[in-house]
Design a protein around this ligand. Structure first.
Ligand code: UDP
Ligand code: MG
Length: 198
């Protein structure tokens, strides 16, 4: 049983060494076999050099680079295509999704859940407008689609079955948070505090 951890990075040179070290530490502690798939989404800073040297030092770290910035959704799609694991975890590269939650996610997967979703219990430091924006967006989304994504996040574990179902979707313009909900499967949630962006 292998675990894949997908991490998108866009201009995160300050953050990359910390994030990789934190994730490797947590993954090693699980005692499971793992790979990290790091996607450089067209960074213009030193992100790629840092990811590349991390991969040179540890062959469980696989790194990929986009030709330009395509956005996080595209990075997630690429990661889901590349991941080989029996369980695949998506996590932000800026440590706003705490890697310390990974063991809890794996426990829930061991209990038979196929989708394990991070729910934000505190939203971290966020401006009034960003908060308002989220309320308006998720409020409209809920009324139009019937799916409530308030407090939902992209911090998720997907079983291999779900990843394969996602990859079968014909969508090109994706909204991971919503489409992964629409797919169904046996789901549960865990709570996490959104860390502050370093
Ligand atoms: N990211 C990305 N491509 C982008 C923008 C962001 O891959 O065009 C990455 C970013 O490096 C981070 C994650 O996606 O690891 C979440 O981005 P951000 O922190 O900007 O989003 P927020 O915390 O506001 O949801
Ligand atoms: Mg962030």
């Amino acid at each position: 049983m292998q675990i894949s951890l997908i991490i998108p990075f866009y201009n995160e040179e300050e953050q990359i060494p910390l994030t990789i070290a934190a994730c490797v530490g947590v993954l090693d502690n699980t005692g499971r076999s793992w790979e990290i798939i790091a996607i450089d989404d067209g960074s213009t800073d030193n992100s790629w050099q840092l990811l590349y040297s991390a991969a040179e030092k540890d062959n469980r770290i696989r790194v990929f680079r986009f030709s330009r910035n395509f956005g996080k959704e595209a990075a997630i799609c690429a990661g889901l295509d590349l991941a080989a694991g029996d369980a695949v975890i998506l996590i932000d590269g800026d440590l706003q999704h705490p890697p310390a939650s990974i063991p809890e996610m794996l426990d829930l997967w061991d209990q038979g859940y196929e989708v394990v979703e991070g729910k934000k219990s505190a939203r971290g430091r966020e401006s009034f407008f960003s908060r308002l924006n989220a309320r308006i967006f998720y409020g409209s989304f809920r009324r139009l689609s019937g799916y409530d994504l308030t407090d939902a996040s992209d911090f998720k574990l997907l079983d291999r079955k779900v990843v394969d179902a996602w990859r079968d979707l014909p969508e090109h313009n994706t909204f991971f948070r919503a489409l992964s909900l629409w797919l169904g499967f046996k789901r549960t949630t865990f709570s996490f505090d959104v860390g502050n962006r370093e």
